[in-house]
Design a protein around this ligand. Structure first.
Ligand SMILES: NC(=O)c1ccc[n+]([C@@H]2O[C@H](COP(=O)([O-])OP(=O)(O)OC[C@H]3O[C@@H](n4cnc5c(N)ncnc54)[C@H](OP(=O)(O)O)[C@@H]3O)[C@@H](O)[C@H]2O)c1
Length: 400
């Protein structure tokens, strides 16, 4: 029996994980759950999976939850400290990190430092602090298991192989809903258009990131840290069918791909049961004749500048990827509120990156301050339409 703690249990990844726990009750149990504000959904999960500890976003959500589960005997916490308690709960053997955004950084780091293996879906953790988090995992001797379908595919394709025999990683991208939309029409796309992903059903933030191709940029950064390979050995191809989830090319020219239907159940199950495989019988098998053509294209960085911005930040290093991520989170939230156009997302990220003076080797405080700085100047950029001034984040985390 493997006891689990889940950060983000009410989200798309969290719900799929709990569905697997319900299907394999002899293999997994739930010790702790953390969610934000969807307290009705969390209350149902508590009823069903009986965690002894839960955490929610704030005090208000905690009060609502207490009213929904009057007989709950365990602890109900809130805020960042609550998330960190869930992440370090003593009985858990594996922590599923499925919060969205940089919010997941501290709890994921605390889970690692307390000796837990982590099933990582929350890619922004590695985008903000990849070097620091992977170093912490090595020091603690724990595993950072990739849940993201592309990295999970690479993890599977690397199994039994040596990293020094890898020529390059090839991440596939569906291309999102605007794959064939002309550049001139990009500014007019609506929130609903952008949330209509052709192949994957996911949370709102990652769905918008998929539409801008920033999701693939974030994944390139995630791959750099998970597999310890430089940006030059990580390529992206557009593959609209989302059947080939990613590939590894070896030095002899062999390419090993992992394929499957686009359903996060498969990569999540691979990590939950690793190194075994779970018998998943409730999903259809991959039907290649019906899938018909498998197409692959070069990404168009003119129409999707976010991918180029992500490579730029990765190559710049230090605080640059934390700033890229912070700006992106704020701009995506503004687009979802209907405050800005779709094309303002890459324009805003570019302007904020231009204004940022990178700190080379960044500790946690510096990264957190860079993230905060990026959010503040991005908000100003949105509110006032002003190009941000060039600012330095000092190693003590002060802006000067
Ligand atoms: N969905 C996918 O298929 C997929 C695939 C690969 C990677 N990922 C990555 O996995 C992560 C999660 O994605 P998702 O699609 O599952 O996101 P999602 O559906 O939006 O879920 C996010 C989770 O985080 C919780 N949360 C948000 N703000 C919080 C706060 N302040 N305090 C505590 N909890 C908070 C939400 O709680 P409430 O809803 O209760 O507010 C929810 O449980 C992202 O980093 C994404 O890029 C997702």
């Amino acid at each position: 029996m493997k006891p689990l703690a889940i950060l983000g249990s009410t989200g798309s990844i969290g719900v799929t994980t709990l569905d697997l726990v319900a299907r394999f009750p002899e293999r997994f149990s739930i010790v702790a759950l953390a969610a934000g504000k969807r307290v009705e959904r969390l209350a149902e999960q508590m009823e069903r999976f009986r965690p002894r500890l839960v955490a929610v976003a704030d005090e208000d959500a905690r009060s609502q939850l207490i009213r929904l589960v009057p007989h709950f005997k365990g602890e109900i916490l809130w805020g960042e400290s609550g998330l960190c308690c869930v992440a370090t709960v003593s009985e858990a053997k594996l922590v599923v990190s499925a919060l969205v955004g940089a919010l997941g950084l501290l709890p994921t780091l605390r889970a690692i430092e307390s000796g837990k293996d982590v099933a990582l879906a929350n890619k922004e953790v590695l985008v903000v602090a990849g070097e620091l988090v992977t170093r912490a995992a090595r020091r603690a001797g724990v595993n950072l298991f990739p849940v993201d379908s592309e990295h999970n595919a690479i993890f599977q394709a690397l199994r039994g192989h040596r990293l020094d025999e890898v020529r390059r990683l090839i991440l596939t991208a569906s291309g999102g809903p605007f794959l064939r939309r002309p550049r001139s029409e990009m500014a007019q796309v609506t929130r609903d258009d952008a949330l209509r992903h052709p192949t994957w059903k996911m949370g709102d933030k990652i769905t918008i990131d998929s539409a801008t191709l920033m999701n693939k940029g974030l994944e390139v950064i995630e791959a750099r840290w998970l597999f310890d390979l430089p940006a030059d050995q990580i390529d992206v191809v557009i593959h609209p069918q989302s059947i080939v989830h990613s590939m590894v090319e070896y030095v002899d020219g062999s390419v090993i791909a992992q394929m499957g239907i686009p359903d996060m159940t498969i990569p999540i199950s691979y990590i939950l049961a690793y190194p075994e495989r779970l018998p998943i019988s409730h999903l259809p098998s991959l039907d290649l004749p019906r899938a018909a053509n498998l197409e692959f294209y070069e990404p168009d960085e003119e129409r999707f500048p976010c991918l180029r911005l992500a490579y730029r930040a990765l190559r710049a290093g230090g605080t640059a990827t934390a700033v890229l991520n912070g700006a992106n989170e704020v701009l995506v939230a503004a687009f979802l509120r209907g405050q800005i156009h779709f094309t303002d997302i890459p324009a805003g990220i570019g302007a904020v990156l231009d204004a940022h003076q990178i700190q080379g080797s960044a500790d946690l405080d510096t990264l957190i301050e860079a993230d905060r700085w990026a959010r503040t100047v991005t908000e100003q950029y949105i509110e006032e339409g002003e190009r941000p001034r060039r600012l330095v984040v000092s190693s003590k985390g002060e802006t000067c």
